[in-house]
Write a protein that binds this ligand. Sequence first.
Ligand code: FAD
Length: 494
Amino acid sequence: MQCHSCHRRPGDHLKTTPVKDSYKTVIVGGGIVGAGIFRDLVLNGVETLLIDAGDFSSQTSERSSKMLHGGIRYLENMDFPLVFEALHEKNLWLKLTPHLTREVPFYMPVYKDSKRPLWMIRIGLFLYDLLSSFKNSPFSMKNRDECVRDIKGLNPEGLSGAGVYYDGIMDDAKITLEVIYDALNEPHAFAINHTKVTNVRKINSKNTLTLKDQLTGEEKNIIADQVVYALGPFTDSFLKQYSFYHWKDVLLPSKGSHIWIRSTDLPIAHPIVMTPQDEYGDRVIFVIPHGEKVLVGTTEVPNKDDLFHVKPTEEEIQYLLKNLNLYFPQSNLTKDKIIGSFAGIRPLVKEENTGGDRGKTSREHKVFQPASDTYVIAGGKYTTFRVMGREITQKICHRFHLSYNQDKTESPLRSPSVVGPFEWHLPSETELIHICEKEMPKTFEDLVVRRLSVLSRAIWKEKTKEDFDTYFNRHLKTLQRYLKISAEDIAKFN
Ligand SMILES: Cc1cc2nc3c(=O)[nH]c(=O)nc-3n(C[C@H](O)[C@H](O)[C@H](O)COP(=O)(O)OP(=O)(O)OC[C@H]3O[C@@H](n4cnc5c(N)ncnc54)[C@H](O)[C@@H]3O)c2cc1C
């Protein structure tokens, strides 16, 4: 069957397509929020182009704590509607993407001097399950001996017990990519990565966007009937450039950093929720096993870096290590045990009543409309991406006289990636070709980090016996047919 408007067959939509001169809707920003709106719009029949300056999901949406969760911490802020919504979304995505997510028990140890005693934790966890309409696997309470038995190396001194509740862990970059691949099965869906919007103008009252290919330098102007900005932390800096939007800053950017350590250095079977009491106030640090590595984070501090190149500071790394060593005193975790680290910016929307306190600022999203044909979405959480774009999709469908069906996004994703995070395998040459043709990597980093879910050489070593350089040099000629890649890129990759 061919698509009447563009003469492509359904499978062809997964390949990179030449950019047309005009689109009904253009979404700027291919993180999870842009990806979610893209899928909703095209499933509801709106011709849409999704654009990202880098690879899809290469900014905040691959730097999260990788949890699908209701946000146990937000119960204290009485953010019940957000927790309710996020829990329902978490449980939906656990069902829709079982190959990209896992439901796991989170242990929250309680010590004699903890701020919240066990009885309070029990009430909180009951409320958490209640807000999920009891769709969460049910919480339980563990005594001291059970905790020490279940969590190898946990500091037993002063330990009273733990509350255990269930949330999801996920591969954040992969979910965003698969949401985009799913959308691309629709004939009127188009997506391009490594293409930056470098200018926006109103020409004859039409939105004219200048796109610049970041790999070739080529430029092109396109026209969009409707524009949606899903720019996450880049929202303010981007929109302020254009006087006709009269944009005033809406974000309270909040930086969060994580470190990865080998699971052999911290062999815990289940995630732990650490609740340190220190100068940072009521922070929560998650310690989450992901196969051969353990993720530790996060912090919550103002950002001083360039938005596209955010990195953990020495102080943040020491803070995470200090708390790990308090909870796991025998593990002696030092900086040389870190095999990877990353930082991201939470695009929180400023609130009047929190006095700039990032921890207390709500994770709710907001939609702005700086022009009648332009929407801006900011805030929210990864977990709630599907519901975030509903309001915008509904309005755009209305403008194009299309009926809107919100149930369409409750369907499973149709184009799974070749390499999944939980059943990882080294792809064959045929599979590598499939990845290059269907999963839209353009650079070596896109391929290794986001399509093969390998963060670094150190992590590659943990996953496979085949040497990194040998494997990629063996496939270099094939890869060069699709990617911008040289033998030097392979040698340089850390
Ligand atoms: C430390 C941390 C931990 C978190 N943990 C969790 C968690 O465990 N669970 C959860 O639910 N949420 C979590 N979150 C929140 C969640 O990660 C974010 O809310 C979400 O990823 C934001 O997605 P986004 O699409 O809005 O932004 P982004 O993913 O940043 O996407 C914006 C995109 O816009 C693109 N862009 C910018 N400028 C241009 C331009 N000129 N032209 C074209 N494209 C452009 C960028 O390249 C980028 O890809 C966490 C956030 C942080 C920072």
